[in-house]
Design a protein around this ligand. Structure first.
Ligand code: SF4
Length: 960
């Protein structure tokens, strides 16, 4: 991708390579050294930096020449945001100040990077109003400190270089004086790599530097370079975007199967060429990290299955693990905690059982014998049986010394006493207020006294872990900038937040297989690349706007995550970038994700076809056509227990409280929606309809399902108000019906269906076809008359009055009434039966007049199928709707069905009245998949077993 002359310019110290990511920098430094080793015996280092490091270097170089503000890093900025939020009126209402502070910080940074003024944010909602207030407060704190944060850095630098340029007489003189001023920290040529959607703030900075005379070029996907901001013609762009790789495409049944194929593909390539550089790209790698590692180990390193921290593998996974997942780090935190307060016996037990400390004399010449540590372990195992009390450092060390008096010789006992005395002296300092820097030093000294991390011969893995923790403790000094003397509690909480955000990623040792996320491979080069999971759900990604920035503003400025068009454009660039990384590319997707059917990403197919790589039906090839069979046999895809990596959960106070406030009104607010949510999960019902939590607004591709549903209901109402009887339907020709449908479609379209909106037009065309198909089905029914459309009705169940709107009631001659509910999604009447009713809306309507109703059914208008789905008193009332006797349920007749529905609705309404809010999602209905409240109910923690097993409680009962 970079040619010889570029490497030469780097070796001549004339050119700096600036990359979008750290990984790209690391990779191109390696490539530079590899290339230079072939042409020279000795060679200078290259100036290759990721953009963040380069901006910081530029800033500190400027700061030597001018009065510069203080530059805050991300942690310092976040802690100011936290202070702002904690001291605001909203603090009491925020579920998590820290999480909100991160979101607000993100919104503020996006606005800065995209040059959007805070004054453009209109206070239209409470969230936006609060954001404006917080942002002003944050900015005034920064002004007081004379500081800027990282998102304001490009603007500050732009201003600095523009001024320099204005002061200089001509551009040549300007460049000369600039290079003199910056010495080695600024080269006259910059080469940018991997910047696909450059933020306007950065663009301005580079423009200012170009005006000062710098030459700035960027690497394009073909590996060539072009002057920054030059627009290549679109034809040239398309032709040169990729290197025209060989592409193999594969569809698999499951993600496991995809990854197993990718492993075998890697083995075959490595067998053919041991020096091959391969990459497996897994979108959502962070979420799938454990699963991916388990499968890779199973396939590529079965000999390492029992090792938690394998050191020698042929693969490297780019996503690290949270630092606090590692026992060594957790013990360090426990040790620090007991510095200032008594801790629980279970924590003491964990420390004393671990091998992460070592007590030795001050001069390190003598330490306590191994035998004593074994005694100490025995002692530690018995501690939890003493109960849940807390014990101070003093009383525990007295007990340890008493134990020592039985098993240690005199010299060893002195070592022990000496170590504890030094610790007590240090604890004296921990009671005072002091600066963050002093705390940082105190923490390090304390760990040293404990001999943490214990063993003198650390593996490379442990060594890196130790270094990372110590460096984070040193980073506590950053908080000095807040100018506070603080207590242990504050310093420890800063340290915790530093650790919580940290991931441990062991250094890559040049492993031949690199496993990366979707965005990391771009800008690198491989002998072969496999991209997994390219389904319709992955590319383009769903828009994910920041809730503190008004959507209209985000769209106006094309901010990240603001809308489908931006995501589409980004996805196209991404695919081109990925295809440019290798001459051999395999793409795959899995057809099933649990019980959801997936299809290949239309975008990748279109992109590949556009470049002439493969026919559009490539995914339909069978496995044997796409990949030669190998003698390797697939192993089963069972995953290894990830518990090896998990933390021992901290002891927590625990109580079960499944009930919130009882519901005391007689009218059920949000009627059906409340019932439906309660049926799916009591906690979901309570949060949505009692607490009033609202789903965060998300942009969707095309029309949102609610608008679509309302529209179709209106159209059906208009059609049946005109037809009224089946006989009229039967007497109409197809052309007359089509005309009727089209008239209704036009009549019901409102502002959201503008003529110029392509998606709206497609929706209209789709529904005109689906409605026509439904009317053909209606022709096959018993003779009927539509007696009501969109009928408002108050239904009383168990003393609760529920306001409802029934889509349609038909009277069928000789049978009675049929209640119909239109659905534009896929439906299944079997949801009504089972341990707990789901989708209770139609059954509720049955209760409105069960004497006369002889069938309830959905009319499904979905592109996969137009059909009726429901249940009837007798067979033959509606096509495809069985009698209750024939339905797949144990309910034997219509009357029993009515009793069953009555009792299910009673259960649900009883729960609502009592305020029942257990975290008990209906797993069969995948309740959590579409529920936005998982961060509040913390169901993931529950499923991970992070709450104690209480036999008196059902799994899932945790309450609120
Ligand atoms: S995420 Fe699942 S458990 Fe939590 S409230 Fe929603 S449905 Fe219930």
């Amino acid at each position: 991708m970079l040619n010889r002359s570029t490497f030469q310019a780097m070796a001549d110290q004339q050119l700096s390579l600036i990359t979008a990511s750290n990984r790209q920098s690391r990779y191109w430094v390696e490539q530079y050294h590899r290339q230079q080793s072939q042409v020279a015996g000795v060679w200078p280092g290259a100036d290759v930096l990721p953009i963040t490091a380069w901006l910081n270097r530029l800033f500190f170089a400027c700061a030597r020449n001018t009065d510069a503000p203080i530059l805050l890093n991300a942690n310092q900025s976040l802690s100011i945001w936290q202070q702002v939020l904690e001291q605001s009126d909203a603090a009491d209402y925020l579920i998590s100040v820290k999480a909100t502070a991160r979101k607000v910080q993100d919104a503020f940074q996006i606005l800065n990077r995209w040059n959007v003024a805070l004054t453009d944010v209109l206070p239209n909602t409470e969230d936006h109003e609060a954001f404006i207030r917080w942002a002003k407060d944050y900015q005034s704190r920064l002004n007081q400190m004379q500081a800027i944060d990282a998102s304001q850095l490009p603007e500050w630098l732009t201003h600095y270089f523009s001024q320099l340029n204005q002061e200089s007489a001509d551009s040549e003189a300007s460049l000369k004086s600039l290079l003199k001023l910056f010495d080695t920290e600024l080269n006259s040529q910059l080469l940018l790599l991997g910047f696909h959607q450059m933020e306007p703030g950065l663009q301005q900075l580079f423009k200012a530097l170009m005006q000062c005379g710098l030459t700035i070029r960027e690497v394009i996907n073909s590996g060539e370079t072009k002057a920054l901001f030059d627009q290549p013609s679109s034809e040239k762009n398309t032709r040169k975007q990729t290197r025209n790789p060989k592409v193999m495409a594969l569809s698999c049944q499951s993600f496991e199967q995809e990854l197993l194929h990718a492993c075998d593909w890697s083995i075959r390539r490595l067998t053919a060429n041991a020096n091959a550089k391969l990459a497996i790209v897994v979108p959502d790698l962070e979420k799938r990290r454990y699963q991916v590692e388990a499968l890779l180990k199973q396939q590529l390193h079965p000999e390492l299955l029992s090792e938690c921290e394998p050191e020698k593998t042929v693969y490297n996974i780019s996503v690290g693990l949270p630092l606090t997942n590692f026992g060594m780090v957790r013990i360090a935190l426990n040790l620090l905690e007991l510095m200032a307060k008594p801790v629980e016996l279970s924590k003491w037990a964990e420390i004393l059982r671990s091998q992460c400390f070592k007590l030795e004399a001050k001069d390190n010449r003598f330490n306590v014998s191994d035998e004593f540590y074994w005694r100490l372990k025995q002692f530690a195992f018995e501690l939890p049986a003493e109960g849940e009390e807390t014990t101070s450092f003093e009383s525990m060390t007295d007990r340890i010394q008493y134990l020592g008096s039985k098993f240690l010789d005199e010299q060893e006992a002195q070592v022990l006493a000496g170590a504890f005395t030094s610790m007590k002296e240090l604890i004296g300092h921990a009671n005072k207020e002091q600066s963050a820097e002093a705390w940082s030093q105190l923490f390090i000294n304390w760990l040293k006294l404990w001999g943490w991390p214990g063993t003198s011969s650390l593996t490379s893995y442990q060594y890196q872990l130790r270094d990372q923790l110590l460096s984070l403790i040193k980073q506590l000094r950053q908080f000095n900038i807040l100018g506070e003397q603080c207590h242990f509690k504050q310093a420890f909480s800063w340290l915790r937040s530093l650790l919580e955000g940290a991931v441990f990623q062991p250094k890559s040792k040049g492993e031949p297989i690199q496993v990366m996320g979707l965005y990391e491979a771009v800008g690198l080069e491989f002998d072969a690349l496999w991209i997994c999971c390219l389904s319709n759900e992955v590319l383009p990604e769903a828009a994910n706007p920041n809730p503190f920035i008004p959507l209209s503003l985000a769209r106006q400025h094309q901010l990240p995550g603001s809308g489908p068009e931006r995501e589409l454009e980004y996805a196209n660039t991404l695919i081109d970038g990925l295809l440019a990384t290798s001459d051999n590319v395999a793409v795959s997707y899995h057809k099933m994700d649990q019980d959801r059917e997936l299809s290949p990403s239309p975008l990748i197919l279109q992109r590949l076809s556009a470049h002439g790589f493969l026919p559009a039906d490539i995914y339909n090839k069978s496995l044997s056509e796409s990949i030669e069979q190998t003698e390797l046999s697939w192993q089963s895809s069972t995953t290894i227990e990830s518990s090896l990596w998990q933390l021992v959960p901290p002891e927590q106070e625990y109580f079960v409280d499944d009930y919130g406030q009882p519901y005391q009104e007689s009218q059920l607010k949000s009627g059906n929606q409340f019932l439906t949510a309660q049926a799916l999960c009591p906690m979901q019902g309570y949060l949505a309809h009692r607490v009033g939590l609202m789903e965060q607004e998300v942009a969707v591709n095309g029309m949102d399902p609610r608008t679509r549903g309302v529209y179709v209901h209106k159209v059906m109402q208009v059609i049946w108000q005109r037809l009224v009887k089946q006989s009229t339907l039967l007497g109409s020709t197809d052309d007359e019906l089509k005309a009727l449908i089209n008239r209704a479609i036009i009549e019901c379209a409102d502002d959201r269906f503008s003529k110029d909106d392509l998606i709206a037009q497609l929706e209209k065309e789709k529904f005109s076809l689906l409605i026509f198909d439904l009317l053909q089905l209606e022709k096959k029914r018993q003779s009927f008359t539509v007696t009501a459309c969109e009928l408002e009705k108050n239904i009383v169940v168990n003393g609760l009055s529920i306001q409802s709107r029934i889509d349609r009631i038909d009277h069928v001659d000789d049978y009675g009434d049929v209640i119909i509910d239109y659905k534009t999604g896929q439906v299944n009447a079997s949801k009504w039966y089972g341990d707990r009713i789901a989708e209770p809306q139609l059954p509720l309507y049955l209760m409105a007049d069960h004497q006369h109703v002889s069938a309830i059914c959905f009319a499904q208008l979905h592109h996969k199928k137009v059909s009726f789905s429901g249940v009837a008193k007798e067979n033959g009332i509606l096509p495809g709707v069985p009698s209750i006797e024939k339905a797949k349920t144990e309910i034997s007749d219509w009357q029993s069905f009515i009793y069953y529905i009555e009792s299910e609705l009673e259960t649900l309404t009883d729960e609502i009245k009592q305020g029942y809010a257990a975290v008990k999602p209906n797993e069969k209905q995948h309740a959590c998949d579409y529920c936005p409240f998982d961060s509040v109910c913390r169901v993931a923690e529950l499923n991970a077993g992070e709450f104690p097993d209480d036999s008196s409680t059902d799994v899932g009962d945790r309450g609120i």
